[in-house]
Design a protein around this ligand. Structure first.
Ligand code: GCW
Length: 856
């Protein structure tokens, strides 16, 4: 409804009132609709009577703020908003202490002036905070204080978290410092508005080469980040467009910085190292050239003139086609420092990405190893980077694969500040079409002891500068949120952004605690809901690993472009270096010193020894470090190939179990999120099945070794499309072959674009689920109809926008999709038929039909 209509067409008073009330009520409903937009900051009305009455009694009615900074105002408004939501009460704002209980917000200096007796903790650091109740004049004052205003905001969010988690008010005496000084988010948004590796719509910042006019989402995003203690965000792709910092864009960037500022989030920008040439009018970008030095100095000054609290730059250089210092024979330290020096003058920093490798490597050379690249490129430069350079290192040595060891570079830099780069956007982990909670995976790396120094050196401590005393360092998360209302697409995926933020603040939190908190904040406190969703989240990464690439072999996905569905040999025989070195005799990268690439030597003993030896290398990383035969017996007692088969069948069962678990929550979770999640989980079962079959078929063909349980290549309930009676359809070879059951599928070739494929049901009569595995490309919307004995029992459109949409969309592992008609009655001798109409480039392809007794 357009409220302006009311003004244009004057209505009698009561009608106007009615329209107004209707408008207000619509607005109220909309703001409470469970679209996922509010993420974990829903502030749902507390429905536990005891908790609510405890809070009603103990929470003061007045909130006093001692300063007028934008950040403290945000804190105050947020507290009012949260209390209104959770307790249905509106706090009164004051600037002086009233003659009653109150909540008092201010920095340590301000609090000391008002409450001279207040004993502040002496060890609060920047951004740390303290919540404590003190008595004054017979009243209780709940003080939220911190050394800086951002800390006051974080303390306020902590109070709101405590209330949301029903923590008793009496216990509120908290003091916390962030574990690490650096806690930032990177976004890979292009200026066009498209997002590299973004799976939830286009950019919330950019459109058609410019910053969008309406920055409401930008500031709402900053609010989410602030609630986790994240204080920096870069807003453009690390494959950077040089124009992002040209004179036209600086004022636009300033608008984003202004939208971030009330939430204490500083703006960062990714830069192109070729900028002096691309936008500076120079004929060089040599970091040692005085003209280049002047370019960066002037550029940085211009930016700070427009954005005084600008955070700094992210740089990807000499990697995957990006320009870098090698063009002039200079080092990464030269490149980082030329930009860092002018930033230093303004308190800015440079994140220099450690993700540097040769993407044109000679795959014939068995000694080459992409895993070695980060260490080889940066280790020898330790000590040469300026203090405000942070080398940003991906958690593993390859590239966000489902299982990697910790990057040895974390243990290889002692005089250089570091940040660990974790990927929230699920590039290699199912792209938010699959449920995959990454916190347990990140924890494995963060808790891993690299033995870089005697007495222990876990990755989380190394990057925070706690082991070698670097002055700064910490955590960077690649989030890639988009315009989808719920930010990340899958209703359960925001747990990853939440989890990243919580770990960046305190990496000692457990996965269980993070999952539990997120679920309560996002879905409420119903114990069954909490237990079920937490359980699903905590099991999801291992399930994903099971049905994709176990034993550290690598993702087994198509690594060339999409990084989504199976495409096993795409990693072999090319320059990208994600080789698995598989042949009919064996599989795995030999990274040992004795016979392989020598990568294990980049670790300190005893880690290097543990990985070097087959005896001690953990099963979960076996194929990352060793080349073995398919018959090699793991510590578990299984052979490699049998483990692969078992893990894949188990993985699919685990996803099927997620569907059952989710269904048990019907009526307990709001309809919108219930339905959206169910649809994604059901899709995931179909795609996990595709994964399982692709990987198992491939291992079977490669190894020639049968599955001990005779599941692989033996699907008694499956009717291959190529065996059906075809009309207008034709059999074709799917590429790669393993992404179709039996390597083949059918597609329509008739002139009128229609076709049918049928077969006779020769089995027992009964109720069945009929699953059709087909390919849902993005270059057409085919129509499918399923008929039994001449009656249409189901029909659907192949209109899903699967993550492969940016590349030629073909029938393959990315597009393989399942549609299931549930509870269909079949009689022996029934004719079962698919009738379909092709559309555009999509020729209504079908892989097979699988018929199983009805599930419920
Ligand atoms: O994981 C790879 C991605 C690239 C990305 C690159 C990087 C931004 O496939 O899309 O580029 O890593 O981290 O720089």
């Amino acid at each position: 409804m357009n409220p302006f209509c009311v003004a244009k067409n004057p209505l009698p008073f009561f009608s106007r009132l009615f329209v107004l009330l209707a408008f207000i009520s619509i607005f109220a409903v909309q703001s409470h609709a469970e679209s996922g937009y509010d993420a974990w900051l829903r502030y749902e009305l507390i429905d536990d009577a005891t908790v609510k009455s405890d809070y009603d009694q103990s929470l003061p009615a007045v909130i006093v703020t001692l300063d007028n900074s934008e950040v403290v105002q945000s804190a105050r408004n947020e507290l009012i908003r949260g209390v209104r939501g959770m307790l249905d009460r509106t706090l009164r704002m004051e600037t002086n202490l009233p003659d009653e209980n109150a909540i008092l917000l201010g920095t340590l200096d301000e609090i000391k002036q008002k409450l001279p007796d207040f004993r502040a903790p002496t060890d609060l650091k920047k951004d740390g905070f303290c919540l404590r109740t003190v008595s004054k004049g017979g009243h209780k004052i709940l003080v939220i204080t911190a050394p800086n205003d951002r800390g006051v905001l974080y303390g306020t969010f902590r109070l709101l978290l405590d209330l949301s988690l029903y923590k008793p008010m009496a216990d509120l005496d908290e003091k916390e410092n962030p574990y690490a000084p650096v806690r930032v988010i990177n976004l890979w948004d292009n200026l066009s508005g498209a997002i590299e590796r973004g799976y939830a719509g286009d950019s919330i910042f950019w459109k058609d080469g410019h910053i969008v006019k309406d920055l409401t989402r930008a500031s709402d995003y900053a609010r989410l980040l602030a609630s986790l203690g994240i204080d920096g965000c870069s807003i453009n792709n690390v494959n950077a467009d040089a124009r992002a910092i040209d004179n036209e864009h600086i004022p636009e960037l300033a608008r984003v910085a202004a939208a971030f500022r009330p939430w204490g989030v500083r703006l960062f920008v990714s830069i192109n190292f070729g900028s002096p040439k691309k936008i500076g009018g120079l004929d060089t970008f040599d970091p040692l050239d005085p003209r280049v030095i002047a370019f960066w100095t002037n550029k940085v000054d211009e930016i700070y003139a427009a954005i005084p609290d600008f955070g700094g730059f992210i740089m990807k250089a000499d990697s995957e086609g990006e320009l870098g210092p090698s063009a002039y024979g200079r080092t990464h330290a030269d490149a980082a420092n030329v930009v860092a020096r002018p930033l230093q003058a303004h308190g800015g920093i440079v994140f220099y990405r450690g993700f540097v490798y040769n993407s044109h490597a000679d795959w014939h050379n068995l000694k080459l190893d992409r895993a070695k690249a980060a260490y080889d490129n940066f280790h020898h430069l330790d000590g040469q980077f300026d203090d405000n350079v942070i080398v940003q290192i991906k958690n593993g040595p390859i590239d966000f694969q489902v299982r990697e060891p910790a990057s040895p570079l974390f243990g290889g830099l002692e005089k250089t500040a570091m940040a660990i780069e974790l990927q929230i956007t699920q590039e290699y982990l199912g792209q938010q079409r699959h449920l995959c909670f990454e916190v347990p995976m990140w924890k494995e790396t963060l808790d891993f002891d690299l033995h870089a120094k005697r007495g222990g050196s876990q990755v989380k401590a190394l990057v925070a500068g706690k082991i070698f005393g670097q002055p700064t360092g910490g955590y960077a998360g690649v989030a890639n949120v988009g315009l989808d209302t719920n930010w990340l697409g899958h209703p359960l995926a925001m747990a990853n952004l939440y989890g990243f933020g919580r770990l960046a603040w305190d990496p000692n939190l457990s996965s269980e605690q993070i999952a539990d908190e997120w679920t309560k904040l996002t879905f409420g406190h119903d114990p069954q809901v909490v237990e079920t969703i937490t359980d699903m989240q905590l099991n999801s990464w291992r399930a994903y690993e099971n049905y994709t690439g176990p034993l550290g072999v690598g993702g087994l996905t198509d690594i060339i472009e999409v990084h989504y569905g199976p495409g096993i040999e795409s990693c072999e025989r090319n320059g990208w270096g994600q080789w698995i070195r598989a042949d009919t005799n064996g599989i795995g990268m030999d990274r040992t010193v004795a016979t392989g690439t020598g990568y294990t030597a980049q670790y300190h003993p005893p880690v290097s020894d543990r990985y070097e030896s087959l005896k001690t290398c953990p099963d979960k990383l076996l194929l990352f470090f060793h080349h073995v035969s398919y018959n090699y017996v793991l510590h578990s007692g299984k052979t490699v190939v049998q483990h692969v088969y078992d893990a894949h069948y188990q993985g699919v069962q685990e996803v099927q179990h997620f569907v059952e678990q989710w269904k048990s929550l019907q009526g307990k979770v709001d309809e919108q999120r219930y339905n959206e999640t169910l649809a994604r989980l059901e899709y995931q079962v179909g795609h996990a099945t595709e994964w399982r079959d692709a990987v198992c078929q491939w291992f079977y063909k490669m190894s020639g070794i049968r599955d001990k349980f005779n599941r692989v290549g033996n699907d008694p309930n499956r009717i291959e499309a190529e065996s059906m009676r075809l009309n207008g359809y034709q059999v074709f070879d799917v590429t790669p072959w393993e992404t179709a059951s039996g390597g083949k599928a059918i597609h329509i070739v008739s002139a009128d674009g229609h076709g049918s494929a049928g077969f006779t049901w020769t089995n027992k009569p009964g109720w069945y689920d009929i699953a059709v595995q087909y390919y849902d490309q993005t270059n057409g919307v085919s129509q499918y109809k399923l008929l039994v004995a001449g009656q249409t029992v189901d029909q659907w459109l192949a209109d899903d926008m699967l993550p492969s949409r940016n590349v030629p969309s073909l029938p393959n592992g990315h597009t393989s999709t399942r549609h299931t008609a549930h509870g269909v009655v079949l009689r022996t001798g029934d004719q079962i038929k698919i009738e379909a109409a092709a559309d555009g480039g999509e020729k209504a392809p079908v892989d097979y039909v699988e018929i199983e007794p009805a599930s419920d």
